[in-house]
Design a protein around this ligand. Structure first.
Ligand SMILES: Cc1ncc(COP(=O)(O)O)c(C=O)c1O
Length: 344
């Protein structure tokens, strides 16, 4: 951290994974066919938007989710920030938004985090969640890409996703809904994917589950992912996750776990067709994402059966993967992959 700003005196341990106000937001606007200009910081608060905006009417919007950590070395770091920048770029292209160049994205994220550095929680007590948005804000009536766009970033200090420690998740497999279709937009972070998941999530929560496991829309024997996390199943020495066949989000945590499992734990990792049958029979099942990190799945229910995985406990390999990943993020462990970028 620079000398200027002392860490805010906030009740960090009361924060869950929720929006907590910070100082500023980053904003810039462009028109179709023009370059993205230099953005500016504004006090955190509401923005005004046309009622005819493409994003409000046709969901022309994409987003990212990033965490800035205060590491054990006392500095603020990002984890694989360029990967978020690249995904933001391909998400934008897929729904006809002028993409933000990777370098510009990285610089913008660093700028807003620097302005809000005192809102990055103390080491091990949470993170500053960074939410970049790219929105079609020009007015449009017929269904078409709109004429002007806004790149916006807000930040929010967050606590751990699971307050009171990690508890294995209790998930429901749904055959009533699909999250995404092959050749659709499930492989990018388009906002529409998430509105589609709200109703299945609500039903699952009402029935006492934490979240939903989605199956492949073309073959319901195959597991795709959880609403906002990728799924892994370990059987013996083999760790499997669904291959990226177009409808699954290419999670950055997913990719990191694949590297750690292969290179640090010596597991055989397969990106493959992940059958529901093998997930239900696996030794350990877990999900991965920026928000949940690596989280064990302890129970899975289908329409006609309930399954307990690893006695509803976090498995040894799941724990190891989580420890190594968070160790690298907090700079407690050596970053042999070159994944950590400091805020400078
Ligand atoms: C649908 C979906 N799958 C998986 C993930 C995990 O991705 P990451 O590890 O990049 O956070 C996310 C979160 O971004 C998501 O929204």
């Amino acid at each position: 951290m620079t000398d200027q700003k002392k860490i805010q005196n906030l009740d960090w341990d009361s924060f869950g994974f929720a929006v907590n106000p910070s100082r500023s937001l980053y904003i810039e606007e462009t028109k179709e066919g023009e370059e993205w200009p230099e953005g500016e910081l504004r006090p955190y608060g509401n923005i005004s938007i046309s009622p005819a905006a493409g994003v409000l009417n046709y969901g022309q919007g994409v987003f990212e989710g990033i965490k800035a950590f205060r590491s054990k070395k006392g500095r603020i770091v990002f984890f694989r920030l360029e990967e978020n920048a690249k995904r933001f770029y391909s998400s934008a292209e897929r729904i006809c938004i002028p993409p933000v160049p990777v370098d510009k994205f990285v610089a913008a994220v660093k700028k807003i985090v620097l302005d809000n550095e005192d809102f990055v929680p103390p080491t091990g007590r949470g993170a500053l969640y960074v939410r970049p948005l790219l929105l079609g804000t020009g007015p449009i009536l017929g269904v078409a890409p709109t004429s002007s766009y806004t790149f916006l970033i807000f930040v929010s200090p967050v606590g751990p996703y699971f307050k009171g420690g990690i508890k294995p998740l209790n998930l429901r497999v749904t055959k009533n809904f699909h999250r995404a279709a092959p050749k659709g937009i499930g492989n990018v972070k388009a906002i529409g994917n998430y509105s589609a998941s709200l109703y299945p999530q609500r039903l699952a929560k009402k029935a006492g589950f934490n979240e939903v496991i989605y199956l492949n829309a073309g073959n319901e024997e195959l597991v795709e992912e959880v609403g906002s996390a990728n799924v892994f199943a370990l059987t013996g020495n083999v760790l499997k996750t669904a291959r990226l066949a177009g409808s699954i989000l290419p999670g950055i945590t997913r990719n990191s776990v694949i590297h750690i499992a292969r290179e640090k734990l010596g597991l055989e990792v397969q990106e493959t067709d992940l059958t529901l049958k093998e997930v239900l029979a696996a030794d350990e099942v877990f999900c991965t994402g920026t928000a949940v990190v690596v989280c064990p799945i302890g129970r899975i229910s289908t329409d006609d059966s309930d399954h307990v995985i690893n006695n509803d406990k976090m498995g040894k390999v799941t724990q190891e993967l989580r420890t190594i990943l968070t160790g690298i993020q907090n700079e407690e462990l050596e970053d042999t992959f070159g994944w950590v970028n400091p805020l400078e």
